[in-house]
Design a protein around this ligand. Sequence first.
Ligand code: ADP
Ligand code: MG
Length: 317
Amino acid sequence: MALAEFELIREHFQRAGTRADVVLGVGDDCALLTVPAGMQLAVSLDLLVSGVHFLPDVAPEALGWKALAVNLSDLAAMGAEPAWVTLGLTLPAADAGWLAAFCRGFYALAAEHGVELVGGDTTRGPLAIAVQVHGFVAPGAALTRAGARPGDLICVSGTPGFAALGLARCLGRTELPEPLAATALERLERPQPRVALGRALRGLATACIDVSDGLAQDLGHILEASGVGASVEVERVPRPPLADADAALQAALAGGDDYELCFTLPPGRLPGLAAAAAAGGCACSVIGRIEAAPGLRLRRADGSLLPLARGGYEHFG
Ligand code: ADP
Ligand code: MG
């Protein structure tokens, strides 16, 4: 990009620091950061590509929010404290209005979580966004995918499925009544990473994952990493209030992009769940149990098994 364009980018991303552990932020060749003594660094990167992870005409403010939200969600799923973020941007043009709106969304969420943007890179090209977050977690305290044990209860935060409905509506594949349509769009465009819940689950949950690809699929990652199986009682899975009961359940089980947390805990720790939910500012539902036999079984109330297709979105056609 031309010099003026780099200046424009620095103008948007070089701001007064907010954290004492940032010795040197945006502007030099590297950021200089101080990791608190005795803590581990939790690092995660998510790439968002236009037309793949978001619709090309999405509002840039929503995009700025979501690019950070999906990354903070990964820290939440590990029980890590968000600290720093770096941003890689590929832009078709250095559009001042677009950048200003993107920054509004990005910095609004960063401020909510006390996260500081400490560096990045910007080039010209098809619109794509890479965000890397850095957080802190005490040794041994991180919530991995590998800790689930037979007998553990399976829980999910909030109500998964709204974001998939929002996407289906944006793609013209479904019609939704208000206020459901507004809620679904809000969940799709401005997901709330469950950072406070992840923090409250440290010492409580045995395994945790954030639901980005659908509850059934992401729970499957816990099962695989932990070397266990599970039964989910489908009638206990919270779902959006749709007139079509099958579509509602399908959205909850297979819809991605809600960034709720799915986690496991031993039954003896169940009394701690209400406090964690309160600290997290969201409901947490027990939806099933970890079993020794591998595989995921989705059980209806009558005990019969529900087949689940791998992908979710095509079911809204
Ligand atoms: P270099 O050539 O050394 O990589 P750049 O011109 O790419 O330097 O970047 C200058 C400064 O601006 C660096 O501190 C870099 O981290 C920061 N920066 C560039 N792009 C971004 C961005 N999209 N977000 C945050 N910081 C950025
Ligand atoms: Mg650079």
